[in-house]
Design a protein around this ligand. Structure first.
Ligand SMILES: [Ca+2]
Length: 338
């Protein structure tokens, strides 16, 4: 009996689901060979992959992202609530001078940088506890619908050791391999993260200074325009506007065209989510949401589109925008700058 138990114990150790031995997969060897040609250490990569664990919880989580399963009313309740606003104001207080410098340099206002950190990790409180190498190996080798994407992120993770001086074997993040305060995936880390305090390490996990500047740099590189409003509630009349409603947030019409079709932005007297004085030629998207009181319609500019480059979801864009507005409206001294 005891011997049987011992045998079972060792069988579980050797063949249990956690020990997938990714280094034994032909795709993993090909990946290591490819990176070796770039000058990376092939043996280290294979050792990291050999050590990587397959996580069932990751495969379960990727199948039901909040952006796919929640209505706007439900999504908003999670991301634009009082505790997240209060934590954001405290974080702003703590980093006010730095956020002003970042605004001067990148043209991205403090409340928008904070809104991203707030939605992503509650300003660094929840940065994710999965080893990123486990997450990306699990999804890259055992999640066929998006394996190509996650294997490319796995390669970027190994390149990060050279580019950003992080340890690919120990860095932790979300179930999808997003890291640090701003939850950058490895490709974003390589292309958009900045070593803002110039200490030689681009650290998004432990260094809020690098993290905040990296969010601003990401927005700036994706076309954020300083001073351009993000979104306004739409007031509707007639039926012609229905043809303008878009699924994707890239502006496909203008304020003038939307207005001719019966979709106009509310005034700033009616709502803080307004556009007063914006040129009629401004490109906008007319977007539809399932709100707490029925359908809501919004006119969204290219800056809204930029927010959704961070997470390709109209829900995400509106949540980050509204959290930002909640923060901004409580710092009246900052109120003039978009
Ligand atoms: Ca740094």
């Amino acid at each position: 009996m005891l011997r049987n138990l011992v045998t079972v114990f060792f069988l579980v150790l050797a063949f249990g689901p956690a020990h997938a031995d990714y280094a034994g997969r032909s795709e993993a060897v090909a990946l290591a060979d490819e990176l070796a040609e770039e000058g990376l250490d092939r043996e280290r990569i294979l050792a990291l992959l050999s050590d990587a664990e397959r996580k069932e919880s990751i495969l379960e989580a990727i199948a039901r992202p909040a952006e796919k399963t929640l209505t706007w009313a439900e999504y908003r309740q999670i991301f634009v609530q009082q505790s997240r606003i209060d934590q954001g104001l405290a974080f702003w207080q703590e980093h006010a001078d730095l956020l002003d410098r970042i605004n001067d340099q990148f043209g991205v206002p403090p409340h928008m940088v904070l809104a991203i950190l707030g939605v992503e990790t509650r300003y660094g409180r929840h940065k994710g506890s999965y080893r990123v190498v486990d997450a990306l190996a699990t999804l890259g080798f055992d999640y066929p619908p998006r394996s190509k994407f996650f294997r490319s992120q796995l390669k970027e993770l190994f390149r990060l050791e050279r580019e950003a001086h992080i340890d690919a074997g120990s860095i932790t993040g979300s179930y999808a391999g997003a890291m640090g305060y701003p939850q950058f995936i490895p490709s974003s880390y390589i292309h958009y993260a900045v070593d803002y305090d110039e200490d030689g390490v681009t650290d998004l996990v432990n260094n809020p200074v690098d993290a905040m500047a990296s969010v601003a740099n990401y927005f700036s590189e994706h076309g954020w325009q300083a001073g351009l409003p993000v979104a306004a509630r739409a007031r509707l009349s007639g039926d012609a506007w229905k043809a303008l409603v878009q699924d994707k947030p890239k502006p496909a019409t203008t304020l003038r065209e939307a207005s001719l079709a019966g979709a106009v932005p509310v005034t700033c007297k009616e709502s803080r989510y307004c556009f007063d004085g914006l040129s009629a030629e401004t490109p906008v998207a007319l977007l539809e949401y399932e709100g707490p009181n029925g359908r809501e319609y919004w006119l969204a500019t290219n800056n809204f589109y930029v927010i959704t480059r961070y997470n390709h979801s109209n829900l995400y864009g509106l949540a980050a925008f509204q959290l930002g507005e909640e923060l901004r409206s409580r710092r009246p001294d900052q109120g003039e700058q978009q």
